[in-house]
Design a protein around this ligand. Sequence first.
Ligand code: CA
Length: 227
Amino acid sequence: MRILIVEDEPKTGKYLQKGLSEAGYVVDWVEDGVTGLHQASTEHYDLIVLDVMLPGRDGWSVIEALRRERATPVLFLTARDDVGDRVKGLELGADDYMAKPFDFVELLARVRSILRRGQPREATTLSVADLHLDLTRRKATRQGKTILLTSKEFSLLWLLMRRSGEILPRATIASQVWDMNFSSDTNVVDAAIRRLRVKIDDPYETRLIHTVRGMGYVLEERDAIDS
Ligand code: CA
């Protein structure tokens, strides 16, 4: 699940990014409305946490423009608990509203509730061959056996499975799962793939994660002979 935070206060932005990442989400944080709208309309996000008072263009204008093309759920953040603001936000198509200062636990509960609402029922399980990933219960099974995953392993497997058959460069994996940029050391990706293989491939006859030399990794069902 990917969340975009549009928040110009560094302290709040950092706090939200850290908290939501720890809760298992992949989080991007931008600090002005123009960049926020650009990110929100060019990338895929499951939820946007949008501050109202922003440099560039304010939260109202961001959601107004965004709603012309996308239905991405939006949780508004505002400094004032003003009924007028709340009504305006909801009229413009926000899904929920929180006044600052907010309690992180409450924000997280609302984020989860919005994401549950927005998640189509049929998309809660991904399957490739005999490997299944239950997104709601955050659980993987292969041949009916439960595989315990850390939250990063879950995010990694989820990425590989939802883009099954597609060769994913290390840099793409690094940015999607760890939120690291392209210049970062991608050894962390190789190490995580190794750990994931121990869990989902090693005990089984058919391998699903394949290394594509010089390019990256792909998860797909192949003939046993070349796996
Ligand atoms: Ca602000």
